[in-house]
Design a protein around this ligand. Structure first.
Ligand code: APR
Length: 323
C-alpha cells in the first residue's frame, strides 16, 4: 500500500536526525543501513517534478532522469553551498510539503537510487532538503547499494584515557569472569551501564572459559556490541601469558566474524586478577599489532581504554621500547 511504502521511511529520517546530532562513521553507516532496509521493504521516495511547460520557471530545470521513468518530466534540483547540484527526493509527503509547492510522484526507492549512477552533472540526491537534509552523494549511494561500509577501512591502534562504558565505538570488550554474570571492576561498570537486559542475555551464554570470548548486544551503551572475555588470574605461570594473549586474539577474531571494525579493550586481568600491567601491555600490543598485520585488508581500529593515566603511560612506555 502506498502509505506503507512511505510510512516506514521514518527509520531513514531517524537515522538522518541522529547523524545531524552525533555525526561520525557509525551514524553515517546507520543511514546507509536504513536505506538498505527500506529498499528491501520495496519502499518509495517522493520525487518533486514539474511538467515540461512549467519547468522553464523552475530554479534550475534538471534534465529528465531517464532511467527511473521520468524521461519527460523535469526534476526539481537544488544547489549546495559548494556549487554542487543535487536532484531532490523526500522520504514522505510531509517532508515534501515543507518546500515550495510542486507536483510530486512516488517512485520505488531502489530505482531512484540506482538512477544516480547515470547522473552527469548532479553530485547525488538531496534527501529532505527543507527539513533535516541529507546530501546522498553518488559515491555513497553506490556503496549503500553494494552493501559496503560508508567509511574507508582503516587499521589503527589508539589509546583512550577514560571510562570504556562511555565510548562511542562499535564494540567494547569486557574483562569478565567465567560465569559471565557480572562482577566488580570494568565488568561491574559495563553491566551497570548496559542495563539488566545484558545480564539476561549473558545467562543464555552459560559462561565462558578463560582465554575464550563471547559476544552480546550493547543495550544502553553507545557501543552496539560487547565482547566478553575471561582473562587469567595471574600466577606467574607461562600459561598466564598464553591465556591473556588468547583473550585479545579471540576477541578480535569474534569481532571480525561479526563485521565489527572498531573495538576497545580494557587492560584485561590487570585489576582484580593481578596481572602485572607492563607484562600485560606487552602481550596486548603484540597481539593487536600481529592481528592487524595478518588482516591488513579487513580494517580494524583497536583502542586500548586506560582507566587511569598510569595504565596509559605503561602502554606508551611499552610502545617506545618495542618501536
Ligand atoms: N573503563 C575502563 N577500564 C576500566 C574501567 C572502566 N570503567 N573499570 C576498570 N577498568 C580497568 C581497571 O583499571 C584495570 O586496568 O580495567 C582493567 C581490568 O581490571 P578489572 O576490571 O579488575 O578486571 P580483571 O583484572 O580482568 O579481573 C576480572 O574482576 O570485575 C571482576 O567479574 C570480574 O571476576 C572478574 C575480575
Amino acid at each position: 500500500m502506498a502509505e506503507d511504502r512511505l510510512s516506514g521511511n521514518r527509520i531513514i529520517e531517524e537515522a538522518i536526525a541522529a547523524l545531524h546530532e552525533q555525526g561520525g562513521v557509525q551514524a553515517l553507516d546507520a543511514v546507509a543501513e536504513a536505506f538498505r532496509k527500506r529498499i528491501s521493504d520495496n519502499a518509495e521516495l517522493v520525487i518533486p517534478v514539474m511538467q515540461p511547460e512549467t519547468a522553464v520557471k523552475s530554479m534550475r530545470p534538471g534534465k529528465g532522469a531517464g532511467t527511473n521513468g521520468l524521461s519527460d518530466l523535469r526534476l526539481l534540483q537544488m544547489q549546495s553551498d559548494d556549487g554542487k547540484r543535487w536532484n531532490v527526493a523526500f522520504t514522505s509527503l510531509e517532508e515534501a510539503s515543507k518546500g515550495e509547492k510542486t507536483t510530486t510522484v512516488t517512485i520505488p526507492m531502489e530505482n531512484v537510487l540506482r538512477g544516480a549512477k547515470d547522473f552527469k552533472q548532479e553530485a547525488g540526491i538531496a534527501i529532505n532538503p527543507f527539513g533535516k537534509a541529507f546530501l546522498f552523494s553518488k559515491e555513497l549511494i553506490e556503496k549503500t547499494l553494494a552493501g559496503e561500509r560508508t567509511a574507508p577501512l582503516e587499521n589503527k591502534i589508539l589509546f583512550d584515557i577514560g571510562d570504556i562504558t562511555k565510548m562511542d565505538i562499535e564494540c567494547i570488550v569486557n574483562a569478565a569472569n567465567s560465569s559471565l554474570l557480572g562482577g566488580g571492576g570494568v565488568d561491574g561498570a559495563i553491566h551497570r551501564a548496559a542495563g539488566k537486559e545484558l545480564l539476561e542475555e549473558c545467562r543464555e551464554l552459560h559462561g565462558c572459559k578463560t582465554g575464550q570470548a563471547k559476544i552480546t548486544k550493547g543495550y544502553n551503551l553507545k557501543a552496539k556490541h560487547i565482547i566478553h572475555t575471561v582473562g587469567p588470574v595471574y600466577h606467574g605461570k607461562e600459561s598466564d601469558a598464553q591465556l591473556l594473549a588468547a583473550c585479545y586474539q579471540n576477541s578480535l577474531e569474534l569481532a571480525r566474524q561479526n563485521n565489527i571494525h572498531s573495538i576497545a579493550f580494557p587492560a584485561i586481568s590487570t585489576g582484580i586478577y593481578g596481572y602485572p600491567k607492563e607484562e600485560a601491555a606487552t602481550i596486548a600490543l603484540a597481539v593487536a599489532a600481529g592481528w592487524i598485520a595478518t588482516h591488513k585488508d579487513y580494517g580494524m581500529v583497536i583502542v586500548f581504554s586506560c582507566f587511569d593515566r598510569e595504565t596509559y603511560d605503561i602502554y606508551q612506555k611499552v610502545l617506545k621500547e618495542n618501536a
